[in-house]
Write a protein that binds this ligand. Structure first.
Ligand code: GUN
Ligand code: FE
Length: 438
């Protein structure tokens, strides 16, 4: 049996480096490291000099020096039907949704369109070093079929679900409480746990679901407590006012999801920008995850995610970071970290580069309850890796001349990097970027 040995500088986390580089217990960094992969899984991580001892074995060695090998990046919130929405010139959320997004998503009932976009999406994710994503499909069952079929073919670890929406959108984008439930059930049966695929119960957000649909979503959660739930929360003030009108009995927006049993440790809440203290308490106590979408929040003008406030609550709110394509403007988790850094910095919140790279790997894996599977190189982890080149452009090369430490290099890649920084990607131990055909 052929084993693969990836040699290079290697960085992987086993905890959040809260104190930056003075948290050495939180990460492993090897100057001349080796990652041994068998059957798509990590079987050893050590200095190259120690691991190469197994001569005689059938090992293919690939040396990525001077590049940096890390676990593949994880995007915790992306809309795959919005690849052709990115960069739409809209005002705030509601205009953006009605004028562009809901128009574009209708195309997913066209023959062949979901397949074409799904294929383009996975190419783009790989190009940018993202090996796992939590994705919204469109309301159409066929969009989910296309997504999972392509993810399964590429053996990529993906989380996705059919958007449920039964009001306040164009008629051709609406399901019903019953059909949303039935279609979700059929997709769960077919896809959840097939290869590396995981299903997420996906009511789009409170404004586009009737009470009956949210009730049915809660039923799905009770019937399948192991599944993720993904939705949007408190992104924009007009959205919040609309929810108050639609659900007059609710104390606040978060209470709507709480009422229907949609909060919990597998629940991913996109945005969480405009929250009251009571809402933060409810999110924290349910162990739901607040998902920070920096490029989207800036582009749609939604507001500034207040990480320090969420983490000051007791218990702390669990958090993740994501692109939110196509409200977001880049597929790159490096670009996402860069914009996230600026949003925090403008609020006086410093965020250390080691924490950034923890967040897009192990941090996001933990937020998805997938620690041990993805996001690190612990033994038995799935061998999804990204190979980072800090000298990918002339501007980065000249800047690298003055870089002396790993932390400076990471911060440079976060600040100046994009898809060109991604030298190679491995999906379950298979080279995926150099083998892209388009
Ligand atoms: N709220 C409801 N749907 C969406 C969406 O597609 N994108 C964003 N950013 N917010 C939403
Ligand atoms: Fe979104």
């Amino acid at each position: 049996m052929t084993e693969l040995l990836l040699r290079g500088r290697i960085l992987t986390f086993h905890d959040e480096p809260l104190a930056g580089e003075t948290s050495p217990e939180a990460f492993i960094y090897l100057e001349d490291g080796a990652l041994l992969v068998r059957d798509g899984k990590v079987v050893a991580l050590d200095d190259y000099a120690r691991l190469r001892g197994g001569e005689g074995r059938n090992v293919e060695v690939i040396d990525h020096h001077p590049h940096l090998i890390m676990p593949g990046f994880i995007d915790t919130h992306i809309h795959y039907p919005q690849m052709q929405v990115v960069g739409s010139y809209a005002g705030a959320l509601m205009e953006w949704l009605n004028k562009y997004t809901f128009v574009e998503e209708q195309k997913f009932s066209n023959q062949g369109h979901p397949e074409r976009i799904a294929s383009a999406l996975f190419d783009e994710l790989i190009r940018h070093g993202t090996t796992t994503a939590a994705a919204y499909c469109s309301v159409h069952k066929a969009s989910v079929q296309a997504f999972f079929t392509e993810a399964h073919r590429r053996n990529m670890r993906m989380i996705a679900g059919k958007v449920m929406m039964d009001r306040n959108a164009p008629p051709s984008l609406l399901d019903t409480a019953q059909s949303g439930y039935d279609d979700s059930k059929a997709l769960i049966d077919e896809w959840h746990g097939k290869g590396r695929q995981l299903y997420a119960i996906t009511p789009r957000f409170a404004p586009t679901s009737t009470p009956e649909q949210l009730e049915m979503s809660g039923t799905l959660v009770r019937e399948h407590p192991e599944l993720h739930v993904q939705t949007h929360l408190c992104e924009n003030n007009a959205e919040i006012a609309f929810v108050a009108e639609l659900f007059p009995w609710s104390r606040d927006y978060t209470h709507v999801y709480e009422h229907y049993g949609l909060l919990g440790p597998k629940t991913l809440l996109g945005h969480c920008i405009h929250l009251t203290d009571a809402e933060i308490g409810a999110i924290a106590n349910s162990a739901s995850v607040a998902v920070f979408c920096p490029t989207s929040n800036l582009f749609i003008g939604s507001g500034l995610f207040d990480l320090a406030r969420l983490r000051a609550s007791d218990p702390q709110v669990r958090t993740a970071i994501a692109t939110d394509i196509g409200g977001g403007t880049s597929y790159s988790m490096l670009r996402t970290l860069d914009e996230g850094y600026k949003i925090l910095n403008i609020q006086g919140q410093r965020y250390h580069p080691l924490r950034s790279f923890y967040q897009v790997t192990l941090g996001n894996a933990r937020a998805l309850s997938l620690e041990g599977n993805i996001g690190s190189f612990v033994l038995g982890a799935e061998a999804d890796c990204v190979v980072l080149n800090a000298r990918a452009t002339p501007a980065m090369r000249i800047r690298m001349e003055t870089v002396e430490t790993l932390v400076e290099e990471l911060f440079l890649m976060q600040t100046m990097g994009d898809d060109r920084t991604i030298a190679e990607v491995y999906v379950a131990g298979r080279a995926a970027k150099s083998t892209l055909t388009s």
